[in-house]
Design a binder for this molecule. Structure first.
Ligand code: IPM
Ligand code: MN
Length: 356
């Protein structure tokens, strides 16, 4: 039996509730499957930890994480701690420190999930976003000159390396080839006359290795319009860090809401652990009430199983979530139900057992 070591970082707010349920689903699947098992290291890092210790994670935190096969993250952020501190010192530190350069985010309208688009259907809204996750607009490069003076100047650089662009674009082409889908690149070369002109040229160059993959290129403004008006244009999508951040929130809105949006931060070479998380935040307004939606985290756990080599379990999880949505049972308030976080996870676990 293959043992996997998982570092669980519930983080803040509803992160604690949803990670608890993600762990329950992982253990349930391990019981049914029998080929693997999980051990968990529970790490109480986050904003509370920061308020007590002055740091979001201990000094040897990255070392400790590196001894695991994967990380399950809940959510980070709390009132009282500036967001740029809590996120740069925990979430972004892990993404960058472990070179998790692929942020893989399904934008798929599940059967039974609500969709605000007129006529929006599961056949038409079925994409996978490949968001660059290590550099670009999130490189953290810049300067702040003459702070507080009348001549104050702030510069935030976008960093697009050939190495960074090629590897994310090649990953997306490979995914499109494997899934026999089209690949759309989203950029903004008309205005960002260095970075995005470069991005587009790398997209064309790498494309020469993939003559079998059908491609499209959109400007980000037009792409956001088409995601609403004609989402079936998009199958596999590759884009920069910030554009991917923004468009995947739009993607979540058209595919059932933030409660269903999962994301994987992958180091495809497996030199470092990858990290799996719901895209939603810590939702302090509903935290501690056990009414947050655990489905995004449960899907993220499915992405973890795909990463470990068991993609049939991600499929099984997605089907179980669809069955729950179609039956309308065990839904949390964000989906119009009155179930608790625990009951929502129970409903998925029940369906997973019934599939067997
Ligand atoms: C996300 C989040 C993060 C991001 C924030 C919290 C730094 O919005 O995972 O999409 O911008 O990447
Ligand atoms: Mn985001």
């Amino acid at each position: 039996m293959k043992p996997f070591k998982i570092a669980a970082i519930p983080g803040d707010g509803v992160g604690k509730e949803v990670v608890r349920e993600g762990i329950r689903v992982l253990n349930h699947i391990a019981d049914i499957d029998g080929r693997f098992c999980f051990s968990f290291t529970h790490l109480p890092w986050g904003c509370e930890y920061y308020l007590e210790t002055g740091a979001m994670m201990p000094e040897d935190g990255m070392q400790l994480l590196s001894e695991h096969d994967a990380i399950l993250l809940g959510a980070v952020g709390a009132p009282g701690v500036p967001d740029h501190i809590s996120l740069w010192d925990l979430l972004l530190r892990i993404r960058k420190g472990f070179d998790q350069y692929v942020n893989l985010r399904p934008v798929k309208l599940l059967k039974g999930a609500p969709c605000p688009l007129a006529g929006g259907s599961p056949e038409d809204i079925d994409m996978i976003f490949v968001r660059e996750n290590s550099e670009g607009e999130y490189a953290g490069s810049g300067s702040w000159l003459y702070k507080g003076k009348p001549n104050e100047v702030v510069i935030q650089d976008g960093v697009f390396s050939r190495f960074g662009c090629e590897r994310i674009i090649r990953y997306a082409y490979e995914l499109a080839r494997e899934k026999k889908k089209s690949l759309t690149s989203i950029s903004k070369a008309n205005a960002l006359n260095y970075s995005m002109v470069f991005w587009d040229s790398v997209f064309r160059e790498v494309g020469k290795e993939f003559p079998d993959v059908q491609t499209h290129s959109y400007l980000v403004d037009a792409a956001s319009m088409f995601m609403v008006k004609d989402p079936k244009r998009f199958e596999i999508v590759v884009t920069s860090n910030l554009f991917g951040d923004i468009l995947t929130d739009l993607g979540a809105a058209i595919s059932g809401g933030m409660g269903l949006a999962a994301g994987a931060n992958l180091n495809p070479e497996k030199k470092y652990p990858s990290m799996f998380e719901p895209i939603h935040g810590s939702a302090p307004d509903i935290a501690g009430k056990n009414i947050s939606n655990p489905l995004a985290t449960i899907w993220a756990v499915g992405q973890m199983l795909t990463h470990f080599g068991y993609p049939q379990w991600e499929d099984a999880i997605v089907s179980a979530i669809e069955e729950v949505l179609v039956a309308g049972e065990g839904l949390t308030p964000d989906l119009g139900g009155s179930a608790s976080t625990t009951q929502a996870a129970d409903a998925v676990i029940k369906r997973l057992s019934m599939q067997r």
